[in-house]
Design a protein around this ligand. Structure first.
Ligand code: UDP
Ligand code: LCN
Length: 801
């Protein structure tokens, strides 16, 4: 069962010593007693703890068996077998089965593990002998796969190192490759970098030597236009730089790479080549707009993220193009669906300029029925699948009309956007980047195994198939955190959950995605610095909003529920969509049951609708009902105030700061939060933040230093932690300042859009380059994915229509 004892080719048997056997006997007795088929990691760990305390010294803490059992991520039981999956460490899995009577163990192939699970949920009690399989394993030989868990999410660095050794092994090869690559660049009919005067790699080398000689004694600040004629005569076209200094550096870099390539020079050189002029960003579902959309079902952080991303990207692209010597405006389109019944959101408008940019715009393309009829109403993200193919074709037409050419990069957002990006990138032959924001698979227990039971509401059959296809097709994937890819020592990453799974009756996935694939890169978003900044930055504060904010907090505000009895107490602030997973109601219950906390602080909630009849979303309705019930049952009026969603972000930015002035805190109690933009908004405003350990916040916050971690499964402890914090701050007001400052510094150092945009632009170039010069275009797997799309995905979607 240990790594050393295992081999990938053969299955191993293992028998146990006496102490271990007694331990296993007790454990299996409990498993049988539980009369359940499936056990989660936490179930198994609870049983192990129970048995450990009973078994006494039989199995000491350092025991290898215990260590292995701690890695059991799930188990399935049917007598006499307990079939388990072990996560030996991040991203490393193996499977095995215990015989509950003779207490033996044997390792089994992943397929047997999946088949056993299938047999437990199939009507006839046995798995399909010939299921359809999605298996990415054979194609992983086409790419260099990383080995160390610390490399996960830093794919581009690995790729640069590995491929530069592999492909650039001789000077001859290097010049040929770079010659081939530099020749292909042009923009709107204009040739860039090399002209057709240079016909061979040898001529490229001569041109570089000639340019180096010429540039050596030119003044640094001389402009491209004044050296163009000389460089043109050598065969160099615009793109090398805007000034002599810049052109010289770029030419020198190229000669360095030819002489002795090193990964950082390659990255630096590629960053200077004009490759990205236009970007298309897909975000099909939900209300995508700039006013009155936030807080609506399915419309939250993704919209905030994309709008901020576009502003930062446009700036970065413009700066890069300028420094390359080109006076071209970058073009960014956000393509979303047009919703004719858009209420007050403006999402029925076909085109909208994006505020804070010169040229970027939202293009809205409607969903249509097969008959061609336009779908007028908003459709939940779980039900958009039948519309996406037609949406892709219609979007393609709109994009080509807008840009006059194909884009240089397509970015998908969320499962639906990533599928559309896959289809269009394939059709146009463009580099594809995926961003998930949140993958649904880990949010719902056994969502794969019990997909049929959830089909009517969630359509996981289509959703997870789309995810698999899009993540395999993407040239690169960016994530906000490490945990999004690969979790941490004790929890499985969102992408990692697609490594192997089964949807009985649909298909089996022995290998869905490998988290060691270098396509994964962590590029964290930020919070718009013009809107969210520290409360201590008095100069930029929007004092004119004071009266409105006072009314929101304490006055007669439309839709507000309850007024604070003691408005001087510090405020615990929560703001999110009113989804179940955000767990606002969970928090209210913990607060309600802790008298000490109720004494020390008030609670202020912004979220959803406070009028049940105004909500159109069933999940939100349920949360509204629960929240009212809690307020009445625990007599919370006077201590808790609740107002409907607020979508003016400038106002919200000032609100965070006002609450920080009042020495409040922010709480994000979600059952799972993929990243958590509100967490960084609150932190950067200086509000000490208490946020869930499940998801991004675990990584964003360093517990006790830049905020606090809270475990939503232990609400009593959360309430105590908050009460302790407020009590301590009463005694030592500096404690509040320290945590507040810690949060501000953390965001400044790691979560800014400037860093993000520069990284994303570098990645797009580097992946584009390696795709061009190596077999990273994954042609074989693309053919397989296309077949899977047509023969599996389409029929699933046809059934939905
Ligand atoms: N938001 C808002 N008004 C609300 C609720 C949320 O402006 O009533 C904003 C919030 O400031 C943040 C985004 O919506 O920028 C929510 O992003 P987050 O990542 O926290 O959660 P998501 O909604 O994407 O799951
Ligand atoms: C979706 C989520 O659920 C949040 O956790 C993220 O912060 C947001 O998208 C932006 O990526």
């Amino acid at each position: 069962m240990t790594a050393a004892k295992r081999s990938t080719e053969t299955t191993r048997h293992q028998s146990f010593e006496d102490g271990e056997r007694r331990f296993l006997y007790l454990l299996f007795k409990r498993i049988r007693g539980a009369k359940r088929q499936f056990f989660l990691h936490s179930d198994i760990q609870d049983l192990i703890s129970e048995v450990s305390s009973e078994a006494g010294d039989d199995l000491p803490e350092g025991s290898q068996l215990l260590a292995n059992l701690k890695g059991v991520m799930s188990a399935a039981h049917r007598d006499p077998w307990l079939v388990v999956e072990f996560r030996q460490s991040i991203g490393r899995w193996y499977h095995g089965r215990f015989h509950l009577d003779d207490l033996s163990f044997e390792e089994i192939p992943v397929n047997d593990f999946l088949a056993f699970r299938e047999s437990l949920v199939c009507d006839n009690g046995s798995a399909d002998e010939w299921p359809i399989e999605f298996n990415a394993q054979p194609f992983l030989h086409d790419v260099p796969i990383m080995r160390e868990k610390r490399q996960i999410g830093r794919g581009v660095e690995y790729l640069n190192r590995t491929l530069s050794h592999r492909l650039f092994s001789s000077a001859e090869k290097r010049v040929q490759t770079l010659f081939d690559f530099l020749q292909i660049h042009h923009h709107r009919g204009r040739q860039l970098m090399l002209s057709d005067r240079i016909q061979t790699p040898a001529e490229l080398q001569q041109a570089i030597e000639g340019a180096e000689e010429f540039l050596a004694d030119q003044p640094d600040d001389k402009l491209w236009k004044d050296i163009r004629a000389e460089l043109n005569s050598l065969g160099l076209e615009v793109g090398w730089g805007d000034t002599v200094a810049r052109v010289r550096e770029t030419v020198n870099l190229l000669s360095e790479i030819i002489d002795s390539p090193n990964p950082s020079d390659i990255e630096e050189f590629l960053g200077r080549i004009p490759m990205i002029f236009s970007v298309v960003i897909f975000s099909p579902h939900g209300y995508f707009g700039q006013s009155n959309v936030l807080g609506l079902p399915d419309t939250g952080g993704q919209v905030v993220y994309i709008l901020d991303q576009v502003r930062a990207l446009e700036k970065e692209m413009r700066e890069r193009l300028e420094s390359q010597g080109l006076d071209t405006e970058p073009d960014i389109l956000v393509v979303t669906r047009q919703i004719p019944d858009a209420k007050e959101t403006g999402c029925d408008v076909k085109e909208e300029s994006i505020n804070g940019t010169r040229n970027a715009r939202i293009i809205r393309v409607p969903f249509t029925e097969e008959s061609g009829e336009v779908v007028p109403q908003w459709i939940s993200r779980f039900k958009v699948w039948p519309y996406l193919e037609r949406f892709t074709i219609d979007s393609e037409r709109a994009i080509l009309a807008e840009l006059g050419n194909k884009p240089d990069l397509i970015i998908g957002n969320y499962s639906d956007g990533n599928l559309v990006a896959t289809l269009l990138a394939e059709r146009l032959g463009v580099t594809q980047c995926n961003i998930a924001h949140a993958l649904e698979k880990t949010k719902y227990l056994f969502s794969d195994l019990y997909w049929k039971e959830n089909e009517e509401d969630y359509h996981f059959s289509a959703h997870f198939t789309a995810d698999l296809l899009a993540m395999n097709a993407a040239d690169f994937i960016i994530t906000s955190t490490y945990q999004e890819i690969a979790g941490n020592a004790s929890s499985v990453g969102q992408y990692e959950s697609y490594s192997s799974f089964t949807m009985p009756g649909l298909f089996r996935v022995p290998k869905g995605i490998d988290v060691f694939d270098p396509k994964f890169n962590i590029v964290s978003p930020g919070a718009d610095e013009e809107v969210y900044f520290p409360h201590t930055d008095q100069e930029n504060r929007i004092t004119g909003l004071k009266k409105e904010i006072d009314t929101l907090l304490f006055g007669d505000f439309p839709g507000a529920v309850s007024q604070f009895k003691d408005p001087d107490k510090p405020i615990i602030f929560l703001m999110s969509r009113l989804d179940k997973v955000k767990n606002v109601t969970g928090f209210v219950e913990w607060y309600a049951k802790n008298d000490r906390l109720r004494e020390l602080a008030n609670v202020f909630v912004i979220g959803g609708n406070t009028d049940f009849d105004q909500s159109s979303d069933s999940e939100e309705k349920e949360q509204i009902r629960i929240l009212y019930d809690l307020i009445e049952r625990h007599n919370l009026r006077g201590q808790l105030r609740w107002v409907p969603k607020q979508s003016d972000k400038v106002f919200n930015g000032e609100l965070y700061r006002v609450l920080a002035d009042r020495k409040g805190v922010f709480v994000q109690p979600a059952l799972f939060e993929a990243f958590g933009l509100t967490v960084i908004e609150a932190m950067t405003s200086g509000l000490p933040t208490f946020a869930t350990i499940f998801g991004g916040p675990l990584e964003i916050i360093e517990d006790g230093k830049s905020g606090f971690h809270i475990d939503p499964n232990h609400g009593e402890d959360v309430a105590e932690k908050l009460a302790d914090f407020f009590a301590r701050c009463q005694e030592d007001p500096d404690h509040w300042n320290q945590v507040s400052q810690g949060g501000i510094e953390r965001v400044e150092a790691h979560y800014t859009w400037r860093l993000y945009a520069s990284r994303l632009m570098s990645l797009s170039r580097i992946y584009g380059f390696w795709k061009f010069v190596s077999n990273l275009d994954r042609a074989r797997s693309r053919a397989y994915e296309q077949l899977f799309y047509r023969s599996v995905f389409r029929p699933i979607v046809d059934k939905m229509s």
